[in-house]
Design a protein around this ligand. Structure first.
Ligand code: TXA
Ligand code: MG
Length: 342
């Protein structure tokens, strides 16, 4: 049985206690963060962590992020905390930045997917922070979706994937950012961007200078490197996703042509649009700003899928600011199917 706790009106101490008790008992609790919903368990309990992997159907070598509520907790998880990590935390925590550091021995290998490093972040969400504080434990939490599906930005998405399979789901309404945290590896110098996310790369560089970008961030999938998460298919709805990239005006024209071509062939077509209206079978308007697009993207993929479209056409965006994270997620959802509008 799954208990769904409504906390849309804000943190409720009594209800947080119930959820924290589940964490202490080694059970699974899904909770909102500012990025996406997480599927949480005690990060230091091997069995609890293993049940995250089995609930999600996640490969055992794809490591989890550990969530903390107070900066001091970092020293109990990471062996070495460089000055830059402290500076970044001062600027961006709580917030959508995950830092990869050498792990301490007490962090189970199950949590880190066998790696000697550990990923840590402090989420900027009162429900998440209260849950961590109340349980007095670091909480390992991947995005609360079945492995390979779009990340959840509403409790309803978590219910769709996990109802009946986990102990508890805390409903805190829609998540604010909508893409996952930025993952930065600080075990090498210069630091290496492993996953673009809610904190734009440019902001990190303003604080610590140049950051290297892992080739998988922009391009095609590469072999297992330092981020095992990169090699798995992600965010894929059942429909086939196709991205149309190029100059804005040309993209919109090409999208319209493609919508017509699919309709003529009897293929049910959905569109993820940015401001423009398309005469597709289903049209989901993401909004025009980077922030709106990031916030709505995963929800659009899930909803268009539910409406039974065969194909989802998506407009590409520029790869700067949040655009880097948006395109990274879109390309994965599309299995790297891209049409250039020339
Ligand atoms: O915003 C987020 O980060 C959300 C919320 C719930 O906090 N969580 C999330 O977790 O997106 P997940 O498991 O879906 O993605 C974690 C990413 C994966 O790409 C994983 O490979 C990488 O972080 N990662 C975790 N530990 C790592 C490590 N030690 N070294 C390199 N990459 C690591
Ligand atoms: Mg995920």
């Amino acid at each position: 049985m799954t208990i769904v706790i409504n906390m849309r009106e804000g943190v409720d101490r009594r209800k947080i206690k119930v959820a924290a008790r589940f964490i202490e008992e080694g059970k699974l609790v899904a909770f909102p963060t500012e990025t996406v919903y997480g599927l949480g368990a005690n990060a230091l309990d091997r069995n609890a962590v293993l049940s995250i992997f089995s609930a999600k159907g996640r490969p055992a070598d794809n490591p989890l992020i550990i969530h903390i509520s107070d900066f001091e907790q970092i020293y109990a998880l990471a062996e070495d905390v460089p000055k830059e990590a402290e500076i970044l935390a001062k600027h961006f925590w709580p917030g959508p930045l995950t830092m990869v550091l050498p792990k301490r021995e007490n962090v189970p290998k199950e949590t880190t997917g066998g790696l000697e490093s550990v990923a840590i972040r402090m989420p900027a969400h009162e429900i998440a922070l209260s849950l961590i504080r109340e349980s007095r434990l670091p909480i390992a939490a991947p995005s609360a979706n079945i492995s390979g599906k779009p990340s959840p930005t509403l409790a309803e998405h978590v219910v769709d994937d996990f109802y009946g399979k986990i102990e508890c789901i805390i409903d805190g309404g829609e998540t604010k950012i909508g893409v996952e945290s930025t993952v930065l590896d600080l075990t090498t110098w210069p630091p290496l961007l492993l996953r673009p996310g809610g904190l734009p790369l440019e902001k990190i560089e303003e604080v610590i200078g140049e950051v290297q970008i892992h080739p998988a961030v922009r391009g095609k999938e590469v072999d297992l490197a330092k981020a095992p998460g990169m090699k798995y298919k992600h965010y894929s709805p059942n429909a086939e996703v196709i991205i149309v990239e190029g100059k804005k005006e040309r993209v919109k024209e090409r999208m319209k042509e493609l919508v017509n071509e699919f309709k003529e062939r009897g293929i049910k077509v959905g569109v993820m649009a940015t401001g423009e209206f398309y005469e597709a079978d289903e049209c989901f308007n993401l909004g025009e700003s980077e922030e709106e697009i990031a916030k709505n993207m995963f929800r659009a993929l899930r909803e268009l899928d539910k409406r039974g479209v065969d194909v989802i056409l998506a407009e590409g965006v520029e790869e700067r600011g949040l655009g880097l994270a948006i395109m990274n997620r879109l390309r994965k959802a599309a299995g790297y199917r891209v049409i250039k509008a020339e």
